[in-house]
Design a protein around this ligand. Structure first.
Ligand code: ADP
Ligand code: MG
Length: 259
């Protein structure tokens, strides 16, 4: 715990995003230190998903900059950004229904498979090795979340909690530097949320930085190293979970939201 490198992995600088007359993000700046789990919270419509969409360049910012390990992501395609190690999940993402549990995890490998079409046609040894590594990694991850026994089942038949785990594991198989997760606990019961919390903390402790958008306060407060709070496009505060939780602005923003 004492090794505190303070290296910044992701930096967002003066980010603004307008949709016509609506300012969805208004001059937002923050840093995500390497190896940390940072939560981004705020009421519906605050602009959290838009922050993820602009970071991953699903659409361009109106102004501002995003740096990954000091390199600007502005102008890069989502695929290029993924290949630099920034992997995100979507708020409404689901498993691939026609695939088994294991196949759903293996789909995540494409960022790692750098081999070209020629290599693939002739199935060169380095591909076989890479595929075997990923297979082992996928198996180990399924073990961790207790889904190994269901590896050959259809993913769509799993309970919602297990499907959410699968989405997270698929992102981890790509060996990201940083994972952006958009409301991974949505629709989960308390036991499933607790399992997810354990998985996210374990992923972070294994060295993968996490930025988490989440409404579930016990989850956020239980695992986040730091919490950023957005309201109507602006970052209104940030700090340690126990400090943020007591802030009157946060309490006000969340009143009536639970349930
Ligand atoms: N593609 C879009 N086009 C127009 N308006 C959008 C688009 N995406 C988000 N918005 C608007 O931007 C604001 C922030 O949305 P969003 O980032 O989804 O909030 P959150 O994820 O915090 O609930 C909302 O008012 C939403 O309606
Ligand atoms: Mg959202």
């Amino acid at each position: 715990m004492m090794q505190n490198t303070q290296a910044v992995l992701l930096e967002v600088k003066n980010l603004t995003k307008n949709f016509g007359g609506l300012q969805a993000i208004n001059d937002v700046s923050f840093v995500v230190p390497e190896g940390k789990l940072i939560a981004l919270i705020g009421p519906n419509g605050a602009g959290k998903t838009t922050v993820f969409n602009v970071i991953s360049n699903l659409f361009p910012a109106s102004s501002g900059d995003v740096l990954l390990a000091g390199k600007s992501l502005v102008g890069l395609s989502p695929v290029q950004i993924a290949s630099l190690g920034l992997i995100r999940t979507f708020q409404s993402a689901r498993v691939f229904p026609g695939m088994t549990v294991l196949e759903n995890v293996m789909v995540g490998r494409h960022r790692m498979m750098r081999s070209n079409l020629f290599d693939q046609m002739f199935w060169l040894p380095r591909n076989r090795r890479a595929e075997a590594d990923i297979y082992a990694r996928a198996g180990a991850l399924l073990d961790i979340v207790g889904l190994q026994q269901f590896r050959d089942s259809h993913a769509i038949d799993l309970p919602m909690g297990a499907q959410k785990m699968l989405e997270v594991i698929r992102a981890v198989v790509a060996c990201p530097k940083i994972l952006l997760l958009d409301e991974p606990a949505a629709g989960l019961n308390d036991a499933e949320t607790a399992d997810l919390a354990g998985l996210l903390r374990a992923i972070c402790d294994s060295g993968i930085t996490i930025m988490l958008v989440e409404h579930n306060m016990p989850l956020v407060m239980g695992i986040a190293d730091e919490v950023l709070v957005m309201e109507t496009g602006r970052l209104i505060m940030s700090g340690k979970p126990h400090i943020v939780q007591r802030d009157p602005r946060v309490i006000a923003a969340y009143l009536g939201m639970e349930g």
